[in-house]
Design a protein around this ligand. Structure first.
Ligand SMILES: Cc1ncc(COP(=O)(O)O)c(C=O)c1O
Length: 410
């Protein structure tokens, strides 16, 4: 097929004239293909899917009821721009009640259509060509991608077991530090499952002040905190002077597809975000904002979500232990991050987590997400579908039997 006349016009940021011609297959596409192949070749074997990073339930009935009512109201029909005050107020109440953070709901909170677009837009507030965003890896790459779109650079801070899966802020080269404008953190951390400490956040604040860097803390998983109480960056003195925290109703309220979250913290940064956002979208549907406000006022919802995923994670940790994996109960998120097996007794060795992950799906229809950015690890998500606790137990028993049958070496 010949190229369209505009082939030469694609921007370099998405591949320039080569856009659409690459043959490289990305990780999540490889996983999808491997799942399809396993299902086709072994229709008799149930796919055990630890690969999905999405809640397995609908939003609670009470939230859907508010939504149904609000959809019918004419006053909710229009552009929402930078959001309705009722949502900001609910977010501020939630931040105070659940996380002990005081916010001015008018100036220190702004809604977003989920946290993903917020992370995509924040670099627009700060990054000029040549500027640097510091990003932890493995992690959620969206802010880094947009940093590069604006001509900036990403400096990767590996999260390694020997550092407790915290970034080594003291090891950043001086040239990078001079050009760094943003540090993007994510705790509870996806995929490692580690939760932050007050001490770490205090060091981050000192670091930000010393090097004049803005902090963006992605708290998408904060309500899935099992170790201690959920800890907001903004609850640490001084945090509001150096950055913002990005929140979401996706994970903690089973509202993944509803697309609603917020940016909060430093008023000047929140305003810059709102200005950029105002030039990108016209706000989330007001009915969704109102339903989300009702959800934020109902503490039972996140409590139930957390209880469910905590229970499932504990079962998975025990199961994987019995199969030889070295792993511990994560402090947060619905992910278990376990060192990948090195190979199989009398079978292949695995150079990478990706090779191990491919082997598990091919041989036993067990889907995982491999991470090789900072050592070979597999991410198991407990968002699999199981209607009852008995079904969860049956799934764990089946997982154990399949994994034990493989003779994995660690
Ligand atoms: C660490 C992290 N941040 C942000 C997001 C985006 O979530 P949402 O846009 O649904 O709020 C995700 C979703 O997977 C995530 O894992």
């Amino acid at each position: 097929m010949s190229d369209p006349y505009f082939q030469q016009l694609f921007a370099e940021r998405i591949g320039g004239a080569n856009y659409g011609k690459g043959t490289e297959i990305y990780k999540f596409e490889k996983i999808k293909r491997a799942k399809r192949k396993a299902l086709a070749e072994h229709p008799e074997r149930r796919l055990i899917d630890f690969g999905i990073g999405e809640n397995d339930e609908m939003a609670p009935e009470s939230v859907r009821r508010v939504m149904a009512q609000e959809i019918g109201k004419p006053e909710n029909r229009g552009y929402a721009d930078n959001g309705i005050q009722a949502f900001k107020d609910a977010a501020a109440r939630f931040m105070k009640r659940t996380l002990g953070v005081d916010l001015d709901a008018e100036t220190e909170v702004n809604h977003s259509i989920g946290s993903k677009p917020a992370l995509a837009m924040l670099p627009a507030c700060f990054i000029n060509p040549g500027d640097v965003t510091l990003m932890t890896v493995p992690g959620y790459p969206v802010a880094g991608t947009h940093t590069k779109y604006y001509g900036g650079e990403v400096h990767r801070l590996p999260l390694r077991a020997e550092n407790g899966f915290f970034p080594d802020l003291d090891g950043i080269p001086p040239d990078i530090l001079r050009r760094a404008k943003l540090l993007v953190l994510n705790y509870p951390n996806s995929p490692t499952g580690v939760v932050a400490t007050r001490d770490f956040y205090q060091r981050v604040i000192d670091f930000a002040r010393k090097h004049r860097i803005v902090i963006v803390q992605d708290a998408a998983h904060i309500l899935l905190t099992y170790e201690g109480s959920p800890l907001s960056f903004l609850s640490v003195p001084g945090a509001k002077d150096v950055g913002v925290e990005v929140h979401s109703l996706s994970k903690g309220f089973h509202m993944i597809g509803w697309r609603i979250g917020w940016v909060c913290g430093n008023a000047r940064i929140v305003r810059a975000f709102a200005d950029v956002k105002d030039n990108c979208d016209s706000g989330q549907f007001i009915a969704i904002q109102k339903a989300a406000a009702a959800a934020l006022d109902n503490d039972d919802i996140p409590r139930q979500v957390k209880t469910k995923y905590e229970r499932r994670l504990r079962k998975l940790v025990e199961t994987l232990h019995r199969c030889g994996f070295e792993c511990r109960m994560p402090g947060g998120t619905y992910f278990l991050y376990a060192r990948a097996p090195r190979g199989v007794r009398g079978g292949p060795g695995f150079e990478t987590a990706e090779a191990a992950s491919q082997y598990l799906i091919t041989e036993q229809s067990i889907s995982t997400v491999p991470w090789d950015d900072a050592g070979p690890y597999l991410r198991f998500s407990v968002t699999y579908e199981a209607a009852s606790e008995a079904d969860e137990d049956a799934l764990m028993a089946e997982t154990e039997s399949r994994l034990k049958g493989l003779g994995l070496m660690f």
